[in-house]
Design a binder for this molecule. Sequence first.
Ligand code: ATP
Ligand code: MG
Length: 183
Amino acid sequence: MRFTRLRLNGFKSFVDPTDLVIHDGLTGVVGPNGCGKSNLLEALRWVMGETRASAMRGGGMEDVIFAGAATRTARHFAEVSLQIDNTERLAPSGFNDADTLEIVRRITRDAGSAYKVNTKDVRARDVQMLFADASTGAQSPALVRQGQISELINAKPKARRRILEEAAGISGLYQRRHEAELK
Ligand code: ATP
Ligand code: MG
């Protein structure tokens, strides 16, 4: 599955609607400190179903909503949309009948997150599973956060194992087993 477009609206420092077309090959994002490079990667992680506010460098998930600046008032919602080229039909069944997938996550203050895939309402878990099965999940080692390399080196064996399991593409199975055990 290839990411082709990332759109942000009210997400962190991206207060105005921002539309990024992702072309084939390597994409670099350059800019001065604090311009929002890490925020972009977090938007990607977030739209894939990340539930840990700490992974967004926030105390609560609503911290991803633009919090206001000297000349701009705070926003009430944040939305990120990720477009995926699915012409090779690599998406899991249930999502695999369209050439393009558009995943949208929106958070509203006091109302939490809502997700859509191709305009249809879905659960957070559906989106997480979509990416876990495609082994590019929100926690996938394919998305390497600033400081994550040293975290990996210092990680306890259990945490390191989880990362290896994602790399092996079995985290979807692992999550299903965990859910089965809870039943
Ligand atoms: P560096 O090169 O230092 O890693 P960066 O380009 O990765 O910088 P980010 O960490 O993505 O920069 O962006 C940080 C900026 O985002 C800060 O100016 C911070 O105030 C702003 N920011 C983060 N969350 C919000 C929010 N909820 N509302 C408004 N601005 C925010
Ligand atoms: Mg950064």
